[in-house]
Write a protein that binds this ligand. Structure first.
Ligand SMILES: N[C@H](CCC[C@H](N)C(=O)O)C(=O)O
Length: 267
């Protein structure tokens, strides 16, 4: 039996595994089965605590619901910090390595603030066909790749149709991208919906997607930091940043990371 903890980061939900002893080996099919909402535990992804290979406290591995490993997960990183703190009994900030760089988690009341890796590959105003329509698409990598489209009414967007159209678009091949749709609610407030690569559906929240949308919102409107981002699950999270010329520094994502239950799963 596999001992796990289920966590929820603003509606993005995860199976958490403690593999600090290095004894756990799961293949892609087993991870996908854990995430299956009918045959398994059910989750958007799996996060695994491993020993650090350099100066951090831990190493974070992230796997999407399809079992494939991804470089980073923003909501997952908040949950990872909270989970690593619990299993290790370590007080104070938690640092961990990811495929996208080193992340630090700070614990602020019921929220977790993570210092994101430096965003890159920002591109604005590209015309791309998706779902049979030509969209104005922006993109940036916030640990994983994100496409961003601004719309007038989020409720009217067919996220599966247009999200999948961008996720599999040749422009983002071969790795593909996550796809976000954004509606401005105020000078420093947006609402977003996200189609996630590797989940292949809309999720209730996407942390790296929130960061991508907030930075592009700043690029297009000059919106000051911090930007409030309302997600499909109903929560509002905070993205802060500092622009140093063309580079974004001190990018942080602050929001909830909640324990849901502990369990044992047959694999
Ligand atoms: N599905 C994403 C990884 C997880 C991103 C999301 N859950 C987050 O909170 O950042 C990808 O394959 O690029």
């Amino acid at each position: 039996m596999l001992t796990f903890t289920k966590m929820n980061g603003a509606g993005n939900d995860f199976v958490m595994l403690d593999n600090r002893d290095g004894k756990l080996t799961l293949d892609k099919a087993q991870i996908a089965r854990l995430c299956d909402r009918h045959r398994g535990v059910g989750a958007d992804g799996v996060l695994v605590v491993e020993p650090a290979q350099s100066g951090a406290n831990f190493r974070m591995r992230y796997y999407n619901a399809d079992g494939g490993e991804a470089e980073m997960c923003g909501n997952g990183a908040r949950c990872f910090g909270r989970f690593a703190q619990r299993v290790s009994g370590q007080a104070g900030d938690i640092s961990f390595e990811t495929m996208a760089g080193k992340i630090t988690a700070q614990f602020i009341d019921n929220n977790v603030r993570i210092q994101m890796s430096e965003p890159h590959s920002l591109r604005l105003n590209e015309s791309l066909d998706s779902g049979g329509e030509v969209l104005t698409v922006h993109s940036v990598n916030t640990g994983v790749p994100h496409a961003v489209v601004f719309v007038d009414d989020l409720e009217q967007v067919d996220v599966r149709r247009f999200g999948a159209g961008l996720r599999y678009h040749s422009h983002f091949a071969p790795k593909g991208t996550n796809a976000n749709f954004v509606q401005q609610l105020g000078p420093q407030t947006i609402a977003i919906r996200t189609y996630e690569r590797g989940v292949e559906d809309e999720t209730l929240a996407c942390g790296t997607g929130m960061v991508a949308c907030a930075l592009i919102f700043h690029e297009l409107t000059g919106a000051a930091s911090p930007v409030a981002v309302k997600v499909r699950g109903g929560e509002t999270l905070e993205i802060a940043f500092r622009q140093d010329g063309k580079v974004y520094r001190d990018v942080t994502l602050t929001g909830p990371a909640d324990f849901v239950f502990d369990g044992q799963a047959a694999l």
